[in-house]
Design a protein around this ligand. Structure first.
Ligand SMILES: [Zn+2]
Ligand SMILES: [Zn+2]
Length: 199
């Protein structure tokens, strides 16, 4: 188990170094640390919903699969669980900050007692990986954070909320209509994670 270090952020403004296969930053079911997180220790469990939310023993919940295909229940036991699970639908991601498995009614699962430890990204694990590969390719080409995402002009006149760059409104509008609207929140998460100091 790695101990916390004081190295700088994983990614810089012009490099994409995020690795979704890093089992310490993004553990699968069998790599979740058994200990509670140290003060500056963080990990994120990325799972995809395979059933829609429904009332379950102990709250509201759904089934998910993690990145290696292991399936387990996620139960919100928050006071407003029925409302808190509303953003979650089949094919979307729930990301669990510093999650650990709990034995509950003789089933291992993840229990959300504080809704701020969970957040939704509207894409599948497969899409998240594709976007990550694309960002890596942009980084390898020296275009990450430097060029208009559409026409590759070296310009950052306009920035989307996900920090994708454009030379102007025309390229931004074209990209939005060509699918960026469906990818924006996932790219936003990947870029934040790329700059996160995980350890
Ligand atoms: Zn452009
Ligand atoms: Zn965007």
């Amino acid at each position: 188990m790695a101990t916390a270090t004081t190295t700088g952020p994983t990614g810089s403004r012009t490099l994409y170094t995020l690795n979704l296969d890093d089992t310490m930053a993004f553990p699968d079911n069998s790599n979740i640390p058994a200990h509670p997180p140290a003060p500056d220790e963080r990990w994120l469990i990325i799972t995809e919903l395979i059933s829609d939310p429904a009332p379950r023993p102990g709250g509201h919940g759904f089934m998910v699969k993690d990145k290696i295909g292991d399936r387990f229940p996620v139960i919100f036991s928050t006071p407003t669980a029925a409302r808190d699970v509303r953003p979650y639908k089949v094919g979307r991601l729930i990301c669990l900050a510093n999650g650990s498995m709990t034995d509950f009614h003789q089933k291992l699962g993840y229990f959300v007692q504080d809704k701020s430890t969970a957040f939704m990204i509207p894409c599948t694990i497969a899409t998240l990986r594709l976007l990550s590969v694309r960002l890596r390719a942009q980084s390898d080409a020296g275009e990450f954070g430097q060029c208009c995402s559409v026409c590759k002009t070296r310009s950052d006149l306009r920035r989307c909320r996900c920090r994708t760059r454009y030379c102007g409104t025309e390229c931004q509008r074209r990209d939005w209509n060509n699918g960026h609207s469906k990818e924006c929140r996932a790219i936003e998460a990947l870029i934040v994670w790329n700059r996160t100091e995980w350890w």
